[in-house]
Write a protein that binds this ligand. Sequence first.
Ligand SMILES: [Zn+2]
Length: 383
Amino acid sequence: MRKVPIYTALILAFILAATNIFAQYDQEKDEKLSFINEAPYKTVTVKSIEGEKVKNVILMIGDGMGLTQISTAWVANRGDLNMTKMPFTGLVRTYAANKLITDSGAAGTAMATGQKTSYHSVGVDVNGNPLPSLTDLAKAKGLSTAVVVTCGLTDATPAAFCANNADRDMEEELAADFLDCNVDFILGGGRDKFIKRTDGRDLMKEMEQKGYQVTRTWEETSKINSGKVFAVLEDGQLPMAEKRDGIWQHASMKAIEMLSKNDEGFFAMLEGSRIDDCGHWHDIPKLMGEIFDFDQTIGKVLQWAEKDGETLVIVLADHETGGLTLLDGSIENGTVKGHFSTGGHSDIMVPVFAYGPQAEKFVGVYENTDIFKKISEILNLLP
Ligand SMILES: [Zn+2]
């Protein structure tokens, strides 16, 4: 018998090892594409609001939460979600001024300022001129404001409401803009951009000098009941839902409670920021965790709004992420199996759900800029 030459043996060993690695990779990929919801949660039922007066608006943005993300979560939670029980629905076109497939910068800016802008811009028009956002306009009319997110504060969506820059990657500049944004309750992550800076400034300290109660943990933040809050809970983003201990839910309700002390009313932007990450990662189990956390918060917000009677709640996305398709599953067993078609965003229209006085104004098919127009009209924010 002939001996197998050493290099042939090496090549064979390499092929075997590579096949094994690929098989493992495929298995991990498959695991991320299906999910079984072992513990479905109960949704809330709220009665419809009779009056027309809107004192407060709560805008809840699921970053990257397209219709298939919502449908997948609906199946996984055994055919039940809070958001899909909201009585009025519409569809929003998300494209940017210079690009069909948008990002959270241009899409956030459209909703915050009413103008379509360039891809990767935040809070500025296509020429780079700063635009007033809903939080600026609400504040100018005497309303209280909040921005509560699970990402870094200098990430695109919160930056679109609190900062102005033609380039969303200029995060040190975006962080400095928070000093002038005047929002009453700010909570998120991204502490590094405020303290580990090339200019050596400590913006946490500067926010304190501006009159904010500056906190670094949820425990500290939860004890505050009045005044302005600047809570930056992590160096980077807040952890994913399974490790977040409901902090975003608690923070959202805390912000609403504190803001509601203002007789003039309030505007709050609450973002489930990390839904988008799961779309980029092609990770359905994590995606379900994020949407369930977002939707359970919606349940609490709806109950609060029902009791208040003068609060309009709007739930929508800035764009879809991952080009998700739902391929299989069972409503009875809470199982889902999906497929992603892109590592980036897609341009499919995103749904809007509305509850409360004047919620019927959000029915129809319209541009993301109309979100700003409708809210500023309803709250009478424009001069
Ligand atoms: Zn994204």
